[in-house]
Design a protein around this ligand. Structure first.
Ligand code: SF4
Ligand code: SF4
Length: 693
């Protein structure tokens, strides 16, 4: 083909292909502009670090122990595409500057040589990865790809053709590039620059050497490869914003703008000036939450780690995200028309878009939202850092605060928190009943405000009979170590963690404010906590109300006491026992506390716990998180039974926990499994106290 014919056809194709792509992309960008603004342009160095490690390093894909092969598959496809980027620019430029064009410095006699070698090799890795991906889609059929029933019935009922088409496109882009080069090597054999390129491309060169082609046939192959490569790129580009493969464009930005620490802090609603109290319409999401919707790859890692999905509840995070995305796309034009550039009169609200998305006849059913344990397992598993907990809680806020619609059993819980400052509604004067019978006196903060540490006990440790034993154990450890500590006693107030996770932000804020007044008024500076939920709220959420303290969790403190020799252990009856440890979500995924509880178990038993298959970052919730401790559960779909099964699979004699709610859930699980005579649930503080010298 002569230069000008190529030039003209190429220009038309690029103009049409690129024009259509930019038009779709513009619509998606305007939809981002139409929703709520949130400033995520802070902590830039931290964001760049995450971009490098999670985005370019593909960390989430590679650390998933149960998905190693799929992780490497994605790694090679990602890097293949990234490396091929320069080749794509070169190929498109060749349409205007001639087929021998290369980008500055990328001639084979300069940096182009090593680049060609890298591209040549990675193309093979990409092709192998595509083969493996097709095998999974067409032969292996993993649930993770096709959908978990019943929560993902809608996804599972689809034909998934798009995934196969995109995989074929990616494979085609690699093959056409190899054909372009192999054809040139045959057609222009002997030409100096072609021979130089050939030396840097062993795969294309080998391919050329086995092709039985004449110079004419090779020219046709090379031309077909060039046109095919460019056409496939343009076709795929247009498919991206219309499909789950939009993540190829939005994935890295989504990682960059992810929620940063503290992960356990939910947003503070403006109850005084706000006009809405939760999320119930598509325009009420933030632009980052909409970017999440664009970015979902439908990989299903979230759902395959979700305790609700795994126990047959109506919630699967992937399906939740896809339902929101579909609704967003259906209403994108209305969203842009009604919101972009539209100014409301002072005090007036902007026009609403679409219908209420929360409700049993709408996009997200109530029971989907109430099924969530707010455990972050989905977020931890998601390779592109999509966030769920905040969205679920935002929609729960709408249900509770705007519709007063929630499971009836929560009436008692909210009332108990309001009137007695504990979710059981037990008499507030019983809060320090656990101190009765102790052989030493525990100071009360109101009498001794000069004390170094406040031990904040929390409702679980103060009111629940089983957990009171843990509280006593921990107090004995503190006493033995000579820690200068005091408790609030009867004056202690609940911090409202459950109210916030259940969407009752109004109740939470009033409780948090009262607690901060109590603590600030008493001059508290340093707080010890032995409950992950209280730890998370006091450390991460009370600063939103002016309560900033040095907050230390019990396991860390005990680890330090052991290291400094302030407490010493002897060999106890625990020494010979097989122990497994259940990670609490609010220590683990929300606050990265993984090692300290394990190290103190080792101190008490002489060895590290036997790990469950799901442990550490991949640990599974006990079923109590997200306020579900207080919601009735279908006996056939109990998360605690599944978690207990996972613990029992390690043949333990002790299931160690570090949270009062985990203690209740795992303890109930052991009873329900009828293995109480062989297995017991113990808090790590009980294990230490039992071994104290
Ligand atoms: S937070 Fe936990 S329960 Fe909720 S969707 Fe995610 S994995 Fe499922
Ligand atoms: S939210 Fe994340 S983990 Fe879940 S399907 Fe989408 S990309 Fe995969």
């Amino acid at each position: 083909m002569d230069f000008w014919t190529r030039f003209a056809i190429h220009t038309v194709l690029v103009a049409v292909g690129l024009g259509l792509f930019l038009r779709t992309l513009y619509g998606r960008a305007r939809a981002l502009q139409a929703v709520r603004w949130t400033n995520l342009f802070d902590k830039i160095p931290e964001r760049i670090r995450a971009l490098l490690v999670i985005g370019f390093g593909q960390k989430k894909f590679l650390i998933d122990r149960r998905e190693k092969s799929a992780g490497w598959m994605h790694f090679f496809i990602f890097w293949g595409f990234t490396i091929l980027g320069l080749r794509v620019v070169t190929a498109f430029s060749q349409g205007w500057f001639g087929i021998e064009f290369h980008l500055p410095l990328l001639g084979a006699d300069m940096l182009g040589g090593p680049y060609l070698l890298l591209k040549d090799v990675i193309e093979v890795f990409v092709l192998v990865s595509i083969g493996y991906a097709l095998l999974r889609w067409l032969v292996i059929h993993p649930h993770r790809l096709y959908g978990f029933r019943p929560a993902e019935d809608r996804l599972a009922g689809q034909d998934h053709v798009e995934a196969i088409v995109i995989l074929c496109c990616i494979g085609g882009i690699m093959i056409t590039d190899l054909c372009f080069e192999a054809g040139r090597y045959i057609a222009f054999a002997g030409a100096g620059h072609v021979e130089l390129e050939r030396r840097w491309t062993p795969v294309a060169s080998t391919f050329a050497s086995v092709l039985p082609l004449s110079a004419g046939g090779a020219t046709v192959l090379s031309e077909t490869g060039w046109w095919g490569h460019n056409l496939l790129i343009l076709f795929m580009l247009n498919l991206l914003p219309l499909s789950k493969h939009f993540h190829i464009i939005t994935g890295l930005p989504n990682v960059f703008f992810r929620k940063l620490e503290p992960l356990g802090a939910l947003s503070k609603m403006d109850l005084e000036n706000g006009t809405t109290f939760g999320t119930s319409r598509i325009d009420q999401f933030t632009w980052k939450q909409v970017l999440d919707m664009y970015t979902c790859t439908e990989c299903g890692r979230c759902s395959s780690n979700c305790p609700a999905t795994l126990t047959g509840k109506p919630l699967a995070p992937r399906q939740l995200m896809l339902n929101l995305r579909d609704y967003l796309y259906e209403n994108q034009d209305e969203l842009i028309r009604k919101r972009v550039g539209v100014k409301a009169e002072e005090g007036a609200e902007l026009p609403e878009v679409g219908k209420n998305i929360v409700g049993d006849d709408s996009v997200i059913h109530d029971d989907v939202l109430w099924s969530c344990n707010a455990c972050r397992a989905c977020e931890e598993a998601c390779p592109v850092m999509i966030e769920y907990v905040d969205k679920v809680v935002d929609m729960r806020r709408h249900l509770v605060q705007e519709e007063a619609r929630f499971p009836s059993e929560l009436n008692r819980v909210f009332k108990g928190m309001e009137t007695q400052s504990n979710p059981w509604g037990l008499g507030a004067d019983k809060r320090d009943a656990w101190t009765e019978g102790l052989e030493f006196e525990i100071k009360r903060w109101s009498d001794h405000p000069e004390t170094e540490w406040l031990y904040y006990v929390g409702c679980g440790g103060a009111f629940d009979d089983r957990n009171k034993k843990t509280t006593v154990s921990f107090a004995k450890i503190l006493h033995k170590a000579g820690i200068d500590f005091a408790i609030f006693g009867k004056e202690e107030l609940c911090n409202g963690d459950a109210a916030r996770r259940l969407g009752n932000e109004y109740l939470f804020q009033s409780m948090a404010q009262m607690l901060v007044e109590l603590m600030n008024g008493g001059g508290v500076k340093k707080v010890i906590v032995n409950c992950p939920h209280c730890f998370n709220t006091i450390k991460n959420e009370l600063p939103q109300f002016g309560g900033t303290y040095e907050v230390v969790h019990a396991a860390e403190l005990v680890k330090q006491l052991l290291a400094s020799g302030r407490i010493k252990l002897r060999e106890s009856d625990l020494a010979a026992k097989a122990v497994t440890y259940h990670d609490s979500c609010y220590y683990g995924r929300f606050n990265s506390v993984y090692d300290a509880p394990r190290e103190i178990i080792k101190a008490a038993t002489g060895r590290m716990p036997n790990e469950m298959e799901r442990h550490g970052r991949a640990g599974m919730c006990c079923g109590a998180g997200g306020g579900r401790m207080w919601i009735e559960e279908d006996p056939d779909k109990r998360v605690n039974l599944l978690r207990t099964d996972q613990a029992l699979a390690t043949n333990p004699e002790v299931v160690a926990v570090s949270c009062p709610f985990c203690m209740t859930m795992i303890g109930d699980g052991i009873k329900a499994k009828d293995v109480e005579d062989k297995v017991q649930a113990l808090d790590v503080m009980e294990m230490i106290e039992r071994s104290l010298v």
